[in-house]
Design a protein around this ligand. Sequence first.
Ligand SMILES: *Cc1c(COP(=O)(O)O)cnc(C)c1O
Length: 405
Amino acid sequence: MTTEGTMPGNAELIERGSKAQLANYRPAPVVFVKGDGCRLEDADGRSFLDLSAGIAVTCIGHAHPTLARAISEQASKLLHVSNLFYNDRAVELADALVSRTQFERVYFCNSGAEANETLLKLARHHWHGLGEKRHQVVSTLGSFHGRTMGALTLTGQLKYHEGMGPMVGGVEHVPYGDLAAMEAVVGSETAAVLVEPLQAEGGLHVPPEGYLAGLRALCDRTGALLLFDEVQTGYGRTGAFLASEGAGVVPDACSLAKGIAGGFPLGAVLVKDRCAGALPPGTHATTFGGNALACAAGMAVLEVFEQEDVLANVASRGAQLGSRCERAVAQYAAAAEARGAGLLRGIRLADTVQPAEVMGALREHGVLVTLAGGNVLRISPPLTISSEELDEGMDVVDRVLAGAQ
Ligand SMILES: *Cc1c(COP(=O)(O)O)cnc(C)c1O
């Protein structure tokens, strides 16, 4: 089946994609072909309002002209030279991140999982370099840190471990948000504690007041490194540029990815001086890391953050989204609880409704959201979303929730 002359439509592309692509995903029956700001268009020409931003990735919206221009200009100049040399774009982006945050060093890679693998290796090798026997890394139950073996081991959702063992040794999980549980296992043999400042995939759990500061104090007391996974929370998603800044806590290192290059693949690890020497030459590397094209995209995102005062928009749109979620919970039996912060919020659905059905109904009505923790409708729009677009999307959420009870 074709539409618009020779352009293939949804049905034809899905038919082909479902045969040619590995069946490890369960994609919704829609094929996107272009986007503009908070809108996406599918292969049949239908328009959608994107309140998912590609799982909190496309932070400045689709096809932002500044980002598009930066990528195309860089593509015709220089893509890649390897890490046997410097390239100007990586130098600029590392510098920009160091001046914008409380960290002193940057390591570039290509994804969130890879950034967390780096944190794990950095923690282990930090103590190896000091000649101390500290191997244990403590993570939290319900956490998500990625799908490569190290990151998967750190991930505290044991269903993802099933059939993948044996896992990497020396990793323990304790309940999230529970400082006493962390205090019970962290000690003189702990290399590092790794947490998400807001547990995102696990269901948008905001930790109790003082949890992150308590972890900082615990790590200071025991000597363990404190590591934050800011792959989802970083880049303004929860309000501050980094969620750690919002909490007033400085970890020893943190991972970034998702929003960092607005949808272009890029990951990073930000490191404090304390462990900046943990990975000397030969201990860690990645071919594509710090690629000039990816870093040009990263620079364009920072430029847009400045020019459009994106963090101010997160503050006002985040408050708007928060009250819309609260209101929905007050009004609809299908909505059980409002969760999250900034523009990473959601509504935990009542046990009586099928989360996948609600998400599907929203898509039928032209609004895209994702699920977190199985039963939380996650609303993570581009950080540049307008007040009108957010209301338009939340009006549809209201209608679908009203019909779901
Ligand atoms: C998405 C995510 C990851 C994994 O990132 P990938 O780029 O998919 O490897 C890790 N940690 C958190 C908190 C995430 O949200």
